[in-house]
Design a protein around this ligand. Structure first.
Ligand code: IVH
Length: 665
């Protein structure tokens, strides 16, 4: 085994691939040649660093170290958890399928962690395990139980007496990952880490989700029927549709195009032969089943030269470095910028202007700097003055626990965010967007700030049409409309208000959780320790929320002169009755307005969609539209999808509200 050229660099300078190579090399020296080159402490540092960057690394599994995998109790799988055969094009897929009329079930390949969950003969959650080496996995039942949408008890009337097993993918929604993105390499690592975590304090399992794709111990004739059963048992099946092998290309393209709009990462489309009897006949190899194949999306990585760093001022006054690169085509788009998150990350990547960067698009979407091949010379110097207002900048340091390691993160800040125009503009933009106050685009906000009419969100409520008329190109009707828009949003549900404050890490998930437990006054008076003790929030998030609420104190006081906080029904955001559901409304609703109905869905842990897509799980039809002839286009589309895809249900408005409102009270 050859010595890697980078073997002398300190652990902190190596990326995960390099660490794996170096650790393999030192293992070989130690075990095979009995001739260790480095002291144990240095070796341990390499392993710890790899565990932080890639907790799921096969190298860690092989040496039995890393994130504690070796200590976890091992669980023997009843049937091996196999891998998937893969291909990269229609020709290859047809070589596998052989027959264009073969009926397949297609579902996006979710980039998460494979999990097996077992229920006993009475439908009780028994245990959950990671895939491990395919034969034996690690016991992760304690954490899997806490994932919203994983039932603790299955409906007994749907079961025989035999135990059943559900397999699927645990993933972190991208909307939740966004709140911790700067700390972790990718959502898959976060999910894997959170599943295996033995202590609380990291990312809570409540922020993960589970897509079921397999059901063992229940006789079904087809994959389509399996999907229906999983749904009836209370799981969220991975989105799927039936198609012929000949139509697989259209399905593949469909998912490739939708990829950017999904709330989870996908790396391809899984095609399975729909008929279970045929599946049995074909059987498995030691590595993968013969009846399934993953058609992978094309690679999303490329290289480009770093031509500069832009320092961009955020809503919170943090100044974020953004890499400016020579335009490069990556998965169908031209990339010229990628966030570098913070100072520590720039240092970790040892970047210099002129370096050749390795770029990927996370989830095929967000440009991400994976590493540098070097080659540059000019040093990157953080600005001493804020690019937004010229005030001095300051460096702040915080310690966070990432995959069991204490990691220091250094960030750059504007020292006068209260007077910094880009900060104010971003805060106001965020506030109006969160409250769905229309009309306040960046141009109008800039004009209002320049005219001295706005200093914070509370000033929005003081705007008068006459004053707005001084703005360039502002006509009377638009001025009236803007003011009316603001006035119409004086009643604000607590979760929306909390999100609108723009506190870092206080996103929709956390806001709903907090609003389900406290009033605003209670929340503001809450001792830090109590906030930090909320299990499903995570320590890190709780800390930042506590700081944020305190800093926002004066703004909250000013806002309360103008807005009335309306308390939501106390349905828990996580594990709410609609957790895992994507609900779309059509037709004129009789019980309540569309917006209120959508808010109800959100309060009950569901997602309110605006159009019917393959993601939709529930279409709620208002009035007498169910019997309308011809049916509306939404309904027509939903019926088609429901036929192809067992996850979509169509219900009448009255049934839906009876059910969920019964649940909420
Ligand atoms: S079907 C043999 N459907 O991909 C297992 N798997 O690379 C057949 N995966 O370990 C499973 N999304 O965890 C199936 N929609 C999907 C999937 C999916 C992700 C994972 C699965 C498996 C891995 C194989």
């Amino acid at each position: 085994m050859q010595r890697p050229s980078f073997a002398d660099l300190p652990a902190a300078d190596l990326d995960a691939d390099q660490l794996e190579a170096v650790i393999r090399y030192h293992d070989h020296r130690y075990h095979d040649l009995d001739d260790a080159e480095i002291p144990d402490q240095v070796y341990d540092a390499l392993v710890r660093r790899l565990a932080a960057l890639r907790p799921t690394s096969a190298v860690l599994a092989a040496i039995g170290g890393g994130d504690g995998t070796a200590d976890g109790e091992r669980i023997e799988h009843r049937a091996p958890m196999l891998s998937l055969d893969k291909c990269y094009g229609f020709t290859e897929l047809m070589e596998w399928a052989k027959d264009g009329t073969l009926v397949l079930r297609a579902s996006p390949k979710i980039d998460g962690a494979a999990v097996s969950i077992r229920y006993d003969g009475t439908g009780r959650f028994e245990l959950a395990a990671t895939r491990g080496d395919g034969r034996r996995g690690e016991d992760i039942g304690r954490n899997v139980r806490r994932i919203p949408g994983v039932p603790a008890q299955l409906p007994t009337e749907l079961l025989g007496d035999a135990p059943i097993e559900v397999r699927g993918e645990v993933y972190m929604p991208l909307s939740a990952f966004a709140e911790v993105a700067e700390l972790f390499a990718n959502p898959r690592n976060v999910a894997a880490g959170a599943l295996k975590a033995k202590e609380s304090g990291g990312v809570p399992p409540e922020s993960l989700r589970f897509f079921a794709y397999d059901l063992l111990g229940v006789e079904v004739a087809s994959e389509a029927e399996k999907t229906e059963r999983l749904h009836a048992l209370g799981f969220t099946p991975a989105p799927s549709q039936t198609c012929s092998a000949g139509a697989s290309e259209a399905v593949f393209t469909h998912w490739e195009q939708r990829r950017a709009a999904l709330d989870y990462e996908t790396d391809g489309v899984v095609f399975k032969i729909d008929d279970v009897a045929t599946q049995r006949r074909l059987g498995v190899t030691g590595h993968h089943p013969r009846f399934a194949i993953a058609w992978k999306f094309q690679g999303d990585s490329g290289e480009s030269r770093l031509v500069g760093v832009e320092w961009s001022v955020s809503r919170t006054g943090t100044i974020t470095p953004v890499a400016l690169v020579e335009p490069v085509a990556l998965s169908g788009a031209t990339i010229s910028r990628a966030t570098l998150h913070n100072l520590s990350n720039v240092e970790r990547l040892t970047l210099r202007i002129g370096d050749t960067l390795l770029l990927t698009r996370r989830g095929g979407v967000i440009p991400h700097v994976e590493g540098s091949r070097g080659g540059g010379d000019a040093e990157i110097v953080p600005p001493a003055a804020c690019p937004g207002c010229g005030a001095a900048t300051e460096v702040r340091s915080s310690m966070r626990r990432v995959a069991g390691e204490d990691v220091e993160t250094r960030t750059l800040h504007c020292s006068a965010p209260g007077d910094c125009p880009p900060v104010l503009r971003a805060q106001l933009f965020h506030y109006t967007a969160a409250l769905e106050i229309d009309g306040f685009g960046p141009k109008i906000l800039d004009a209002l700030l320049a005219a001295g009419l706005l200093h914070d969100a509370a000033d929005l409520y003081r705007l008068r049409p006459e004053a707005l008329l001084v703005l360039p190109r502002m006509a009377e009707t638009s001025a009236n409309k803007l003011v009316a828009q603001v006035a119409a949003r004086r009643q604000v549900p607590l979760p929306t208000f909390l999100v609108a404050l723009g506190i870092e890490t206080l996103g929709r998930h956390a806001a709903q959780l907090l609003a389900s437990r406290y009033t605003l006054a209670e929340l503001r008076a809450l001792p830090r320790e109590e906030l930090a003790a909320i299990h499903s929030l995570g320590e890190l998030t709780a800390e930042r929320i506590a700081d944020g609420l305190q800093d926002a104190g004066p703004l909250i006081d000013r806002l309360l002169h103008h807005v009335e906080i309306v308390r939501d029904a106390p349905a828990a955001a996580t594990g709410g009755a609609l957790a895992g559901e994507v609900v779309v409304f059509t037709g004129k609703l009789e019980r309540m307005g569309r917006r209120d109905a959508q808010q109800l869905v959100t309060r009950m842990g569901g997602v309110a969609g605006s159009s019917v897509t393959a993601e939709t799980t529930l279409l709620v039809v208002g009035g007498d539209e169910l019997t309308a002839d011809p049916p509306s286009s939404k309904l027509k589309k939903a019926r088609k999808l429901a036929e192809a895809n067992g996850t979509l249900k169509i219900v009448a408005e009255a049934d839906f509200f009876d059910e969920v409102q019964g649940d909420a009270s």
